[in-house]
Design a protein around this ligand. Structure first.
Ligand code: PLP
Length: 385
């Protein structure tokens, strides 16, 4: 007998597709983890910390060194002043940060606005907190906000709005005008919180990343969630953080304490080294990803997929065309993994479960070495969708 809570959502399709990839020996362009090494100075710092016996529980809400490094990077990049002692909580990945934030700030029955398509964790996060997600469409092909629906959703005075920019799965980077619109409406309707997931903040190819916490009147109602997984290619380290006003941070820290006690101590020591890297590192990261994006997008266009080139993050949400429109996206993704040897994520995983949403779409991740992407491109060259 399992809880009704746990039976409300299904297992993660993204993680399931990694298993499907392994089963078929397919190239895994499903789950968003890099297959290239993370920066050597951080690996060295982690080894030094382990050998130096930094192996016990750290302070629950994060080591002072990592919280300070996070706050300093925030000031350097965005000009936002953050108090590392009272406003930063280090978590086991952005994943835990988002779950803890929901549990700390949302009550059962509260409405939470989520743009759709969405990173699949937000649905279960809402369910775990007993919240009612209200979806606002991002409209294809360029994933612009459906402004009328946004206004209507915010007029219902939800407890929070979840923002994710750069956006998974579409690769959209919310423009200054869009962030401005969201901030204005949130303030106008006195929505208490924006939970903004900015884990791809340093992976931007077009336009700029605009943290909503920079907008006048928004810092006090924003929880910024980010992490080290994507910026430092260390998804297995499980290091993330939430930046929130002190009172909210107090609640987030309590939930985080009872969920996990804290993030791995030696890796936090190494995380502080990465957060202090100079601008060159972050700029090169985006340039390297741009080359990977262009390689994959070229192969997808050749094979007949339709898509809007991502402006940020490392995903392409691609339509597989009229020929196969009749085919369910799950069946299509399984065929692509088993017969073509390229694993993707079915588009419907990024929409709430209802007829047709996301059908005809699959998501490709391009956070892979050039050789991996070239091998995938060679396999895709054999098909026409
Ligand atoms: N948020 C978004 C939008 C993501 O795409 C992902 C991973 O794919 C995460 C959070 C997970 O981040 P973390 O590894 O820090 O838990």
């Amino acid at each position: 007998m399992v809880s009704s809570r746990a039976s409300t959502f299904t297992e993660s399709v993204i993680r399931e597709m990694t298993r499907v990839a392994q089963q078929h020996g397919a190239i895994n362009l499903a789950q968003g983890f890099p297959d290239f090494p993370m920066p050597a100075p951080m690996k060295d710092a982690a080894c030094a910390a382990i050998h130096g016996d930094v192996n016990q529980y750290a302070i629950t809400w994060g080591t002072p060194a990592l919280r300070l490094a996070i706050a300093e990077k925030y000031r350097r990049w965005y000009g936002i002043e953050v108090d590392p002692d009272r406003e930063v909580t280090v978590t086991c990945g952005a994943t835990e940060a988002m779950a803890a934030v929901f549990l700390a700030l949302v009550d059962p029955g509260d409405e939470v606005v989520v743009f759709e398509p969405f990173y699949e964790n937000y649905g279960p996060d809402a369910v775990l907190a007993g919240a009612k997600p209200v979806f606002v469409p991002l409209v294809a092909p360029d994933w612009r906000i459906d402004e009328e629906r946004l206004r209507a959703a915010l007029a219902r005075r939800p407890k929070a709005l979840v923002l994710n920019t750069p956006h998974n799965p579409t690769g959209k980077v919310f423009t200054r005008e869009e962030v401005d619109l969201i901030a204005r409406l949130v303030i106008e309707h006195d929505v208490p919180w924006v939970f903004t997931d900015e884990i791809y903040e340093h992976i931007v190819y077009a336009g700029h990343h605009h943290p909503i916490a920079q907008w006048p009147g928004m810092a006090e109602r924003t929880v910024t969630i980010s992490g080290l997984s994507k910026t430092f290619s260390c998804t297995g380290w499980r290091l993330g953080y939430a930046i929130a006003p002190a009172a909210a941070s107090g609640a987030i820290r309590k939930v985080h304490d009872f969920l996990t006690v804290g993030a791995p101590a030696p890796l936090q020591a190494a995380g502080a080294v990465g957060m202090a890297f100079d601008a060159d590192y972050f700029n090169h990261l985006a340039m390297d990803y741009r080359a990977r994006r262009d390689l994959l997008c070229g192969a997808l266009a050749e094979a007949g997929f339709t898509f809007t080139a991502p402006e940020g993050a490392y995903y392409v949400l691609a339509g597989y065309g009229a020929v196969r429109e009749a085919v369910d996206d799950v069946a299509f993704a399984k065929w692509l993994a088993a017969d073509v040897g390229v694993a993707t994520v079915p588009g419907s995983s990024f929409y709430r479960k209802r007829d047709g949403a996301g059908r005809g779409l699959v998501r490709f991740a391009f956070c892979k070495r050039e050789e991996t992407l070239q091998a995938a491109a060679d396999r895709l060259a054999g098909i026409r969708v």
